[in-house]
Ligand binder design. Structure first.
Ligand code: PAF
Length: 272
């Protein structure tokens, strides 16, 4: 892959990269289409990255469909699929990790220690292997997009960094490969995340900006839609620093993680 990328660069081709863990849905395809607007050759990586899963998480059962993915990538205009084996990315004596120290500790990082260290390590490798001019990530994984931007800047990668909007189902549920785990009831009640975010947006539009009050209302909406839901966090933060804010201001993003019948879902919305 690295020599293919070198050859493309030598021929003056602009390379776009869309890193994924496969089991692609419309959200991923929108990233590929966006990359295609930015670059002549789009590489989509498919790699279920073991180092970003804790031992108690869903690595083994994470949905996979490589054949279907390749078909979808072609239809979306992707040019190259890079699907390495785990032993190629992490050979037996592998021992070098990349860690974005501060940003990786909050929100998802506080509930999933080590998760972002795995993400930044594999994405740094993907950058080194595919040598992209532009990379596209989704806003759906808001904190991930902030951390990877920081890594890209800190390590001086000469890469244009694009974050594309979240793609939602027609009823508002954010598309995610993990939605596959939801049965009919859970799928219906999973809308509690979107309803809570919409409530936050409506409150801000009505001039209410105290985040503690908005969070209280969001919790009530979640309880009403999915009484058994377990809220991991509802957080109001600056969209670049991830520092929490007491009042919604320019650049505030609200993000939340909720377990719906045991399926952990995340979502977010920019409020101003
Ligand atoms: O967002 C994902 O699918 C993964 O975290 C990523 C960026 C492909 C790294 O494994």
């Amino acid at each position: 892959m690295q020599s293919v990328a070198r050859r493309l660069a030598a021929r003056g081709k602009r390379i776009g990269l869309v890193p994924t863990m496969g089991y692609l849905h419309e959200g991923h395809l929108s990233l590929i289409r966006r990359a295609k607007k930015e670059a002549e050759v789009v590489i989509t990586s498919i790699f279920v990255n073991p180092t970003q899963f804790a031992p108690n998480e869903d690595f083994a059962r994470y949905p996979r469909d490589e054949k279907g993915d390749v078909r979808k990538i072609k239809t979306a205009g992707g040019d190259i699929v890079f699907a390495p084996k785990a032993s190629e990315i992490y050979p037996a004596d592998f021992q070098t990790y990349v860690n974005v120290e501060k940003l990786s500790q909050t929100l998802e990082g506080s509930v999933r220690p080590g998760h972002f260290r795995g993400v930044t390590t594999v994405v740094a490798q993907l950058f080194n292997i595919t040598r992209p001019d532009v990379v596209v990530f989704g806003m759906k994984d808001f904190q991930q997009s902030v951390i990877l931007r920081q890594m890209t800047e800190d390590l001086g990668y000469p890469i244009k960094y694009v974050v594309a909007p979240t793609v939602r189902e027609s009823d508002g549920l954010a598309m995610s490969s993990r939605n596959k785990y939801l049965d009919t009831v859970a799928r219906r009640e999973a809308l509690c995340l979107y309803y809570a975010l919409k409530t936050a947006r409506q409150m801000v539009a009505a001039g209410k900006t105290r985040t503690a009050i908005i969070a209280q209302e969001m919790r009530a909406v979640i309880r009403a839609t999915c009484p058994t839901a377990r809220i991991d966090y509802i957080a109001f933060t600056n969209m670049r620093t991830l520092e929490s804010v007491r009042n919604v201001q320019r650049g505030t993003v609200v993000s939340l993680a909720v377990r719906v019948y045991g399926v952990r879902l995340i979502d977010n919305m920019k409020l101003r």
